[in-house]
Design a protein around this ligand. Structure first.
Ligand code: AMP
Length: 437
């Protein structure tokens, strides 16, 4: 029989790498808490219409990459229900904001999420069909200050802090403004006109985009098209005064907080819901898929999916790419998963039960303990212990009777007799200070 494997573009995450995933998530949670964000968890699948309307029919995500199926209806009311695995989480968060009338509180909603997203993309390094995003949204009625450029700058400053606390060095923040919906419409027309005489020389995707959504031409990565795209009019020249003022206020706040950034005139992002500020953080170590995270303002999204006016700004970071970056940075340094404090080696199967009691006692005092098996010969216990723990605790009949245990520290090679009531303190002491005899 052929063996079954994880589906193309999906993968298993195993220890010790999962220790790094957990470290990233707990750092993110701790930073979000300090900025007063609360966690939201939305369903992994939603009505397809949410993404068609929210993300945009013309985007690559919706037109090519969604995992969509017609649900096998159980009730008449569910007939013809088209469902989709979420390709991103902002639309789901805004749906929940509308559904639970969070805007009625009059307060700014600051929500973060951590979870899997699904896109049928061509798999490559840093690009998977199931991947995990850590994201956040700041959204609320205009009276809550949700349109303020200070919110944009605060989100960007939080991201700079988060990447710094994760230990990711060498990131670059690219920002741009795609203006209001009216600015974008105006710019789309300017682009359409500018593209008309040259589009025949461009790639197939650009030829299609020039008709359906000219803004997306700026995303093109095909080398031969680049000189033509660089010569196109810039969106900054199509921004009205309000959008220009908004963007200037964002950059002034970033300057004041000493957050470094570069203006990238071509950063329009792949999703249709963006207005005004758009941004991306990139990292040189990632190769072709160099975006660590992306985001922007989406002042009209709530209305696009049938909700009240609720301007907002958010981002999504690719957790898989954070892991890749950190793994490359950490190469050769401390192991991802530290060794246990102690390995308990019972000398004979008759001591197994007593060994479990000892392990329980130590674990309940907060120590990391590996429990061996009395069926092992002492040599095998030592070999296993050396791989998994800093110290081995020998539990024989004598030790059980006397209450004095023998502990060997693998890094110093020292063997010490330790009374049982002092064992927890002894095992938890760092190796250099622990070798007293
Ligand atoms: P997007 O909304 O498409 O810009 O996605 C935001 C972030 O999610 C990107 O900057 C990536 O870090 C990450 N991301 C997007 N698609 C994938 C994917 N297929 N595999 C891994 N990470 C992804």
């Amino acid at each position: 029989m052929s063996t079954l494997k994880a589906v193309r573009g999906t993968r298993d995450l195993l220890p010790p790498e999962t220790a790094l995933w957990n470290r990233i998530e707990s750092t993110a949670r701790s930073v979000f808490a300090r900025y007063n964000f609360g966690e939201i968890r939305t369903p992994v699948f939603e009505d397809t219409a949410l993404f068609a309307r929210g993300v945009g029919e013309e985007t690559d995500i919706v037109s090519k990459e969604m995992y969509t199926w017609e649900d096998r209806a159980r009730a008449q009311s569910e007939k013809n229900l088209s469902l989709t695995l979420r390709p991103e989480n902002t639309a789901g968060v805004v749906r929940a904001y509308i559904e639970h009338q969070l805007g009625e509180t009059g307060q700014l909603q600051k929500l973060y999420y951590i979870g899997p997203q699904f896109r049928r993309e061509r798999p490559q390094k840093g690009r998977y069909r199931q991947f995990s995003q850590i994201g956040a949204e700041v959204i609320g009625p205009p009276s809550s200050g949700s349109e303020s450029p200070l919110r944009d700058a605060e989100v960007l400053e939080m991201l700079a802090t988060l990447l710094d606390e994760l230990g990711i060095t060498g990131w670059t923040l690219h920002i741009n403004s795609v203006g209001s919906a009216a600015d974008r419409a105006r710019y789309n027309e300017t682009l359409r006109a500018a593209l008309a005489p040259v589009v025949g020389q461009m790639c197939e995707d650009c030829q299609r985009r020039a008709v359906t959504n000219p803004l997306r031409v700026l995303d093109c990565k095909v080398p031969a098209d680049q000189h033509l795209i660089d010569a196109l009019p810039k969106i900054s020249d199509s921004l009205d005064e309000e959008s220009q003022k908004h963007f200037a206020a964002v950059t002034a706040a970033l300057d004041s907080a000493a957050v470094p950034y570069t203006r990238n005139h071509r950063l329009v992002r792949g999703l249709d819901y963006y207005t005004r500020t758009t941004f991306e953080f990139t990292h040189g170590g990632l190769g072709a898929q160099n975006a660590l995270l992306g985001g922007g303002r989406y002042d009209g999204l709530s209305e696009m999916i049938g909700g009240p006016k609720a301007p907002g700004i958010g981002f999504a970071m690719g957790e898989d790419r954070l892991v890749l970056t950190l793994l490359a940075q950490l190469e050769g340094s401390a192991p991802l998963q530290p060794k246990a404090d102690g390995y308990i080696a019972p000398l004979g199967e008759s001591l197994n039960a007593a060994a479990l009691a000892l392990a329980r006692d130590l674990r309940r005092q907060g120590l990391w303990i590996e429990l061996g098996d009395g069926a092992f010969r002492l040599k095998k216990s030592f070999e296993t212990a050396d791989k998994t723990a800093r110290q081995i605790v020998i539990l024989g009949e004598d030790e059980l009777q006397s209450g004095i245990l023998t502990v060997k520290n693998f890094s110093t090679g020292l063997q010490t007799k330790v009374p049982r009531q002092e064992l927890a303190a002894f095992l938890s002491t760092p190796p250099s200070d622990g070798a007293s005899e």
